[in-house]
Structures are given as C-alpha cells and as structure tokens.
Design a protein around this ligand. Sequence first.
Ligand SMILES: [Zn+2]
Length: 108
Amino acid sequence: MKKANGFLYKEKVDIPFTSISTAYLGKAHRCMCGCSGNYKYTSQHAKWSGKNRGYKVHPEEISDRAVRGRLKKIMEIPGEFEILDDYIFTKYYGENEDRQVSIYLKKG
Ligand SMILES: [Zn+2]
C-alpha cells in the first residue's frame, strides 16, 4: 500500500454491487466527460446519481448488467486498484494499459 498524488493503491478490495453508483469504461488518462468512454449507472442508485452529478440519469444510461460486467472486469484485471478518496476504484488494462475501468461508489 502506497500513497502518491492522493491515490491509494491496494491489491485487494471488496466492492459490493449494491454500493455502486456508476461504472466508467473508456480510454485511459483522457477526458472523462463521456467523450472517451461512457458511464453506466445502477438502477438502485440512479436517482441519487442524478442528484450527485447535477442532472438526471437517463434510462439509456442505466444498466445493472453493464455495471456487473464492469465490476467483474475490474476484479479480474491483475494488479493493484488505484483508489481515490475511498470511493473511486480504477484499473488500467489492454495494450500499453490504454484502457481503464473505474467504479464509483455511492457516497454517504
Ligand atoms: Zn470530454
């Protein structure tokens, strides 16, 4: 476990599906507004997620199946999780680690 630039690194983490707000999949180290990837939201926390981001989560952005797939993916990628503020979990993968999957927990 080491700290660098505000990030925490851990080999093992437990991420219950019910704690997840959204899961991002896209190009690594790029703008994360949605132009280089996309966010899929859990149905359970879609309302909260909309309030948290400041605008409503649309039905086409909600997919428990996609979030489960991304959760499975992040768990299967070897190596450490990069953790920011105890609620954003990221791993990089692919050729040159140019892809990333990030899981965001519901805060509070
Ligand atoms: Zn962008």
